[in-house]
Design a protein around this ligand. Structure first.
Ligand SMILES: N[C@@H](CCC(=O)N[C@@H](CS)C(=O)NCC(=O)O)C(=O)O
Length: 206
């Protein structure tokens, strides 16, 4: 049984929970982080010295860093599915996972935190507007990629869809100016057919 530490409104926990759902793995999730706390104990520090969520325990195996957890689960339990067997296909999936962390997340962060987790009177609207303007062309890169594919890695869902799929749910629900993204919307419709995406990702933003 896999134990997941983390609250369900964290995007990084959502990546892990959606992956677990896709793989049909036996699991339990323990609320931690945010209002749930629990990250300051010596015991938690031994699990993750960064004192962040998510962390998973799979028997004696402990993994932190959400995209590393998704890769671990896909490799251990999803070979030929979430984890493409061919290295070239796997690299296609893999790079969009790094892209989410390095290109998308730094721009998503000020928009999401500004609009969702900051009271209206304390919002830095200039910073939000600037990040929203900058992120449109970044999303357009994935938009163009999906013009010729059903999923990020090709014809079927792979681990590559998971981080960007979680980020896109947030983006499409944030009230900022967006460029037209018809291929992303078509891909989103395909993701929304998946019970694991609906249950763990398509939640009200909080
Ligand atoms: N790069 C890390 C980031 C982890 C992270 O920043 N987690 C946030 C939640 S998304 C956290 O632990 N925040 C402290 C808290 O929730 O109390 C990952 O992808 O797992």
């Amino acid at each position: 049984m896999i134990r997941v530490w983390g609250r369900r409104n964290s995007i990084n926990v959502q990546k892990v929970m959606w992956t677990i759902a896709e793989l049909g793995l036996d699991h339990e999730r323990i609320d931690a982080g945010g209002a749930f706390g629990k990250l300051d104990t010596p015991e938690y520090g031994r699990r993750n010295p960064n004192r962040k969520i998510p962390v998973i325990e799979d028997g004696a195996v402990v993994v932190w860093e959400s995209n590393a957890i998704v890769r671990y689960l896909a490799a251990a339990y999803g070979s030929g599915g979430l984890w493409p067997e061919r290295a070239a296909v796997r690299a296609e999936a893999d790079r969009w996972m790094d892209w989410q962390l390095t290109e998308l997340s730094p721009l998503m962060h000020p928009i999401f935190w500004g609009l969702v987790r900051t009271p209206a009177e304390r919002r830095d609207m200039a910073a939000i507007t600037e990040a929203a303007k900058a992120i449109g062309p970044v999303w357009r890169i994935l938009e163009d990629h999906l013009a010729e594919r059903r999923f990020v890695g090709g014809d079927s869902l792979t681990m590559g869809d998971i981080p960007v799929g979680c980020a896109y749910w947030r983006y499409r629900n944030l009230e900022v100016a967006k460029p037209p993204l018809p291929h992303l919307e078509a891909w989103f419709t395909r993701l929304a057919e998946r019970p694991g995406y609906r249950e763990h990702v398509m939640l009200p933003l909080s």
